[in-house]
Design a protein around this ligand. Structure first.
Ligand code: TRP
Ligand code: ZN
Length: 886
């Protein structure tokens, strides 16, 4: 494996030449598309070296001609290599015209211009534009674009690009053209074009200031009926951004296009968002309630980028979290307002505490603002996105809503139209609020998950209560030692009845009317002393998950059960139940490993029964409480992960709970049966999630009736959430109903790829012993297509990340299976291959035998000649000898 060079943040230099305007002309042809680019360029006054060499990026381009100020350049005036075009002796200001041929049909990497379902589309972030034309392909070069698209009218009736349509018409030989103009300066990564046979759902939106905007959602004709939810979500997002942040849409026309072949979720191209069809299309017959929710949040996310990302963009890719972290924070807040805040927060925290903490603890650990990378595509991570969102959220927590809004306003006032850094964002927040964030900045710079240990002390005589926090952060690659973080810790103190007490800190004049407050932990060890505390409280710590840290407190099981039953912070109430479940599960794991008989612990059953029978709690919340911590999360809580013991312990506990709570589950299930299959409002969704959670427990009882119920539900329900819940239960049971329903589902849905993805995932996640064979055989199934990223994630991703029990099978075949797929996929789509590699990188978490087998597969991948830079970087870092060097 060739070692690839890392790029470093400290090496950033302004671009030598800027582009003021771009004129692009595409003669679209699947086999060979001609791209003519006319760039108005000039020297950057900010550039330091005064050289007259122009270096443009370009990849896989067949160069046809170059003209500088209208004069054709001959070959001794420029050089071309795999990645660049270099022109010597350019003037201060000039016009550069290039003509290249590209091959969309052969583009399997899905970066640049490619074909999806016969339609042209583009993906330029982060560095795809260089696969379209020669250009200074970096986000700090911003230009206005005028784009002419020419294609056969028959085959490609719809021709879209960013901005406004300024001309269109027919040409000779069955061709037509469309001309688009984007008035806003933008970096090349926000360029987009779409061409093909697409239908369009159209609507309009009137902004707060009274401007009318045309909204269009494009999809293939047969899916037009599945676009209404996306359109509704878009309008909600537009209204929400006006109300919460005072931000209005700046366009006349806002377009969303659904593409079947897409490497990621969606892309915020100016005025022309391109989406993975999974995040656009939904009907209650074909999409689950979770799909509807995801669509709302991704539509919001891309829309919110119009301000946080597009109007104010990133100076360089090290600043990626500037737009992504902030925009995820915005989409989470939007989703919280559209559904229920505690439920949204539970889902945010699940991602951070599960896969993000795992990333922080693994070989790819990096700060929210990385300091170096080999392949930027590998840094679209949970750390940059989700931990970055937590960092924005902590600023919000420390400043409060009003000052945070002031900071946002100042940020836009200062930086509209600019390409800036995370530092610029933090400074706007500081300047607007007067709050010093100097120590807080470490959240951007230090990788790893801080751990906070709590000690408590109650002085009954003095009526004083002390909480002492000690923070530490384990080493991560390149960062052996860490400085203490500024950690906002929201706390409450519960009295014996479970009510929150007044909180008054030592030195404060009198009790403030607050029962919930945010402590700022800034030192390695720090004590907070509460006065006038009439009885020993149970502390409720890190309420609402106020910081992305591991909070460790020596609660007794009874205290966790008490918090699970009483905490008025709903997030912590859920969390206390989860913590209790983790403890019980880890004890069961120990018992299993030591060959001891498993015995029941009634505290969890009691807590769950109380929760289910509590009329004041929301149904969706109850359903969340019923979900035990997942196997991956439990593995992360062990010194040496034991996937098999974890699986069996969790299964045993579920069966035990089912038996213990049979009556409650049955009643709750019955009470919630009436959930209108056509409705996807919060109340109905809550009913469905609760009844299906109960059914999944009931099915674990040795009672045939519940299996029959599942088979009926799978067959007869007219709602995908219900169908899938039932089918999911059946996939874990070796029964004739399983085979029948899996076959029937396929027959019914085989022409709907997004539904087939669910079918693939369910089978890949089954705990049945034959699952590995089934997964192998599904690779050959007519419904599977390894070139499509959604299919790959649905089958291979679901098996390797979502089925740890089978993936980590003792014979190592799961590892070999994954390595084979990575090598296969890397040859045509490196980005997708690299993302699949994560589970192998976690080898240090397992026993020596598994370690050896996982490493052997990583080494086998590393030995491949021509390995992509994407997979190469991950494999190399995964194999690096120690986690704290680099
Ligand atoms: N900017 C996109 C988003 O988060 C991310 C994205 C879409 C992306 N497609 C990509 C990143 C391809 C890397 C490669 O909204
Ligand atoms: Zn984004």
């Amino acid at each position: 494996m060739k070692k690839n060079k890392a790029l470093r943040l400290e090496d950033y230099r302004p671009a030598s030449y800027l582009v003021d305007s771009v004129d692009l002309r595409f003669e679209l042809d699947p086999a060979a598309t001609l791209v003519r680019a006319t760039l108005a360029m000039r020297r950057n006054p900010e550039a330091d070296a005064k050289e007259d060499q122009l270096i443009l990026n370009g990849k896989h381009l067949d160069l046809r001609s170059i003209r500088l100020d209208e004069r054709e350049l001959d070959t001794d005036h420029f050089q071309v290599d795999d990645e660049h075009l270099v022109i010597e002796g350019v003037p201060q200001a000039f016009t550069l015209e290039t003509e290249v041929i590209i091959h969309p049909e052969k583009n399997t990497a899905l970066e640049g211009l490619y074909l999806s379902g016969g339609n042209f589309c583009t993906q330029c972030e982060p560095e795809g534009f260089r696969r379209i034309t020669y250009f200074p392909d970096r986000p700090d070069v911003m230009a206005t674009y005028r784009v002419t698209l020419v294609a056969q009218r028959e085959q490609f009736p719809v021709l879209l690009s960013n901005g406004n349509l300024v001309a269109h018409g027919d040409l000779d030989a069955g061709r037509h053209f469309a001309e688009w103009e984007d008035p806003f300066r933008k970096p090349s990564y926000l360029f987009a074009l779409v061409g093909g046979k697409l239908s369009c759902l159209e609507d309009s939106y009137t902004t707060a200031s009274g401007r009318s905007i045309t909204l269009q959602v494009y999809a293939d004709a047969r899916h037009l009926g599945q676009c209404a939810h996306a359109m509704k979500s878009l309008k909600q997002a537009m209204r929400w951004d006006e109300q919460r942040f005072g931000l209005e849409c700046d366009l006349n026309q806002y377009m969303i296009v659904a593409a079947d072949d897409f490497n990621m979720g969606a892309m915020e191209n100016k005025g022309l968002n391109i989406f993975n069809s999974k995040y656009v299309l939904a009907a209650s017959e074909t999409a689950t309630d979770a799909d509807f929710q995801n669509i709302t949040s991704v539509i919001g996310h891309e829309y919110f980028h119009n301000w946080t990302g597009n109007r104010v963009t990133c100076r360089d890719w090290f600043q990626l979290s500037l737009k992504e972290g902030l925009t995820v924070f915005r989409d989470q807040e939007f989703s919280a307002d559209m559904t229920a805040r505690p439920i949204q927060r539970i889902s945010d925290a699940r991602i951070i505490r599960g896969p993000q903490f795992a990333e922080d603890a693994g070989p790819m650990a990096h700060p929210v603002r990385p300091r170096s990378y080999v392949e930027i595509n590998n840094f679209y991570t949970l750390t940059v996105y989700n931990k970055g969102a937590e960092v924005s959220r902590m600023i919000h927590t420390l400043l409060g809503e009003k000052a945070f809004r002031g900071g946002m306003d100042l940020y836009f006032q200062r930086h509209d139209g600019q390409a800036v850094t995370t530092e610029d964002f933090v400074r706007a927040m500081e300047d607007a609020s007067g709050i010093d964030l100097s120590q807080f900045r470490l959240w951007y710079e230090q990788a790893g998950t801080p751990e906070v240990q709590v000690e408590r002390h109650y002085d009954a005589e003095q009526k004083r209560y002390c909480l002492t926090f000690t923070q530490s952060c384990p080493p991560t690659p390149g960062q052996p030692r860490k400085e203490p973080f500024h950690i906002p810790i929201a706390v409450g103190l519960l009295d014996r009845k479970g009510r929150s007490m007044h909180l008054q800190l030592e030195g404060e004049s009198r009790a403030k009317e607050t029962r919930d407050r945010v402590l700022s932990l800034t030192r390695t060890r720090q004590t907070f002393e509460f006065v006038d505390v009439k009885q020993e409280p149970v502390p409720s710590l890190l309420r609402g998950f106020s910081a992305p840290v591991k909070m460790k407190c020596d609660y007794a099981d009874e205290e966790l059960a008490f918090l699970a039953g009483h905490d008025e912070d709903e997030f912590n109430r859920w969390d206390a139940g989860q913590q209790l479940a983790v403890r019980i599960l880890l004890r069961l794991v120990d018992d299993l490993r030591e060959g001891r008989p498993l015995h029941a612990d009634n505290r969890l059953s009691d807590a769950l029964r109380d929760t289910l029978e509590n009329p004041h709690l929301d149904r969706a919340f109850k359903a969340q409480c019923l979900i035990l911590p997942d196997e991956n999360y439990l593995a992360d809580q062990m010194d040496v992960a034991d996937p098999s013991a974890i699986h069996h312990a969790r299964q045993w506990l579920r069966e035990h709970l089912a038996a213990d709570l049979r009556k409650t589950f049955l009643n709750t299930w019955q009470d919630n049966l009436e959930a209108d299959p056509k409705q996807v409002d919060a109340a109905t969704v809550g009913r469905r999630s609760l009844k299906n959670a109960c059914l999944s427990y009931l099915s674990l009882l040795d009672e045939e009736i519940f299996i029959e119920l599942c088979a009926n539900q799978a067959q007869l329900a007219h709602n995908m959430t219900d169908v899938l819940a039932a089918l999911g239960i059946l996939t874990h049971r070796d029964s004739p109903q399983r085979e029948e329903q899996i076959a029937a589902f396929y027959r019914q849905w085989k022409s709907e790829p997004l539904v087939i993805d669910k079918w693939l995932s369910l089978q890949a996640q089954s705990s049945l012993p034959q699952t590995p064979e089934i997964v192998e055989s599904l690779l050959q199934h007519e419904a599977f297509n390894i070139k499509n990223p959604n299919r790959v994630r649905a089958l291979i991703g679901a098996f390797c990340q979502g089925n740890p029990y089978h993936f980590h099978a003792e014979d190592g075949r799961g590892y070999a299976f994954l390595a084979d797929r990575i090598l296969e996929i890397d040859s045509f789509n490196p980005q997708v291959a690299a993302r699949l590699t994560t589970p192998l990188g976690r080898w240090r978490r397992y026993d020596p035998k598994r370690q050896q087998m996982m490493k052997a597969q990583l080494e086998r991948i590393a030995a491949r000649e021509d390995l992509s830079r994407d997979v190469g970087e991950i494999v190399e870092k995964s194999l690096a000898s120690s986690e704290s060097d680099s």
